[in-house]
Every structure is written in structure tokens, then in C-alpha cells.
Design a protein. Structure first.
Length: 248
């Protein structure tokens, strides 16, 4: 069973288009299969609006695309419900508009003027006027996991030892520990992003495909055959194998 997956996009539409091109080339040779985007569509990059529009339009025309919810997508959705709303996964001393989070760049992509330099309430009202209701509804409706064959796709990871059906949304979009250091097999291969690395890395029981597009790195696209993982490059498939199986 074949699946494709794309890591954390973070507002980089040009990188997303490039990843879709790599997948299209591989599909032309091997056949069509679903493409799972593991979330964090928005924040930090220059064109979060363009990313959302591209993904919405693709799904509307029938592309076999699954788009999962990341913690940044949830923070954006939550912000649009109340200017002082706070995601339970985020430190209490931070807000979505803090420079570290990238919400300012997301609002700028929708045409909101100076969202990081004006009083919060006027910025919030401008955001409500600028972000189409269709975008808000679509973002809020994103699923938090996708199971396909021997692979489970999530944004951040899972809480080890808990069945997928009983995982909390907050864990699926925010967790790091104890997931990252857990060496056990989780019953299926977990493909995720959220924790930025220099390169996509296979740990045996999980594969992290967040290669730091948010910070100037590339956007990773992979193809998974059963539990075998290949990174897609301009030269074709590159096997992604665990150097140290089941170790973080």
C-alpha cells in the first residue's frame, strides 16, 4: 500500500508546489496514491493564505489529498474565535501573535496591516474581516490523524501506550515527550512532523518529516510503501532507513 506525505509547510507555498511536483513525477511512474499533509500549514512563512487556498482548491477539484491539523493551524483557528483565546498546549506566557510563533506573518498574508504593532482588539477585528469564513471553516474541520495500512499519520506524535481512538487532540498536535524518546513499536509506523530537524529522519518506530521549512530548510516529501520510506528528490526516490532502529 502506497502513501505520500509532506512535512510542515509553514506558509511556504513555493515549497509546497515543489513538493507536489515531486510527488506527481513519482506517481507518473508508480501510480496514484493519497497525499497526506501532516499539518502546520500556516505561520512563519510568507504566504499562509496561499497555502490554504491551494490545498482547498486541490481538494475541491478532487485531488486525493488529506490535510491534517497542526498546532499552528489550531492556534490560528482558535485566535479567530476570540482575541484573547489561548491554546492549552501553548505556554501561558506566549500568544499566537508572539514573534516566536509566526501568527503575525499569517495575518499579513491576509492583508492585515501591522498585526504585530497595533492594539490587539483592532487587529482581531481586522483579522475577522480579512480571513474568509470558508478558510476558517475548513481549518477548523481538519482531522488530527489518518491511518493507512501499516502507517499512522499525525502532526506531532502520539501518547505511547494509548490507542489512537483515545488520543487527545492536544497530544496529537502538540506532544513531544514522552513520544520522541519512546523506543517501543507503536503497532504502526508513526509519520509526523512538529519537531523541526535538519533532515527527515527515520527512527524505526517513527519517521519525522519536519525538515525545518519554517526556518529556511527544505520541505520534505516522502513515499511510503508498506513500512518502507523513500524521500522524494529531483533525482528520484532516496531510501530513508533507520540508522538506529527504535532509538530517538
Amino acid at each position: 500500500m502506497r502513501s505520500y506525505a509532506i512535512g510542515d509547510i509553514h506558509g511556504h507555498l513555493s515549497l509546497l508546489l515543489g513538493a507536489h511536483d515531486l510527488i506527481a513525477r513519482d506517481q507518473a511512474q508508480h501510480g496514484a496514491a493519497p497525499v497526506i499533509h501532516v499539518g502546520d500549514l500556516v505561520d512563519r512563512g510568507p504566504d499562509s493564505r496561499g497555502v490554504i487556498e491551494h490545498l482547498m482548491q486541490g481538494q475541491a477539484r478532487g485531488e486525493d489529498w488529506v490535510v491534517l491539523k497542526g498546532n499552528h493551524d489550531r492556534m490560528f483557528s482558535l485566535y479567530l474565535t476570540a482575541f484573547d483565546a489561548h491554546d492549552e498546549g501553548l505556554r501561558r506566557d506566549l500568544s499566537w501573535l508572539h514573534p516566536r510563533l509566526g501568527g503575525v506573518q499569517t495575518l499579513q498574508s491576509y492583508g492585515v496591516a501591522s498585526p504585530g504593532d497595533r492594539p490587539l482588539l483592532p487587529v482581531f477585528h481586522d483579522a475577522l474581516a480579512a480571513v474568509p469564513q470558508a478558510h476558517r471553516d475548513w481549518l477548523a474541520a481538519r482531522p488530527t490523524s489518518h491511518q493507512r495500512g501499516e502507517v499512522t499519520f499525525v502532526h506531532a506524535g502520539i501518547r505511547p501506550g494509548i490507542p489512537l481512538a483515545k488520543q487527545t487532540e492536544t497530544d496529537l498536535v502538540w506532544i513531544r515527550e514522552p513520544f520522541l524518546s519512546d523506543p517501543r513499536d507503536h503497532g504502526s509506523l508513526i509519520v509526523h512532523g512538529h519537531t523541526a530537524l535538519d533532515v527527515a529522519t527515520h527512527y524505526g518506530n517513527r519517521v519525522n518529516i519536519d525538515s525545518s521549512a519554517a526556518y529556511g530548510g527544505p520541505l520534505t516529501a516522502v513515499v511510503i510503501e508498506g513500512r518502507e520510506v523513500f524521500e522524494l528528490t529531483a533525482q528520484g526516490r532516496k531510501p530513508l532507513r533507520p540508522a538506529h532502529p527504535h532509538l530517538p
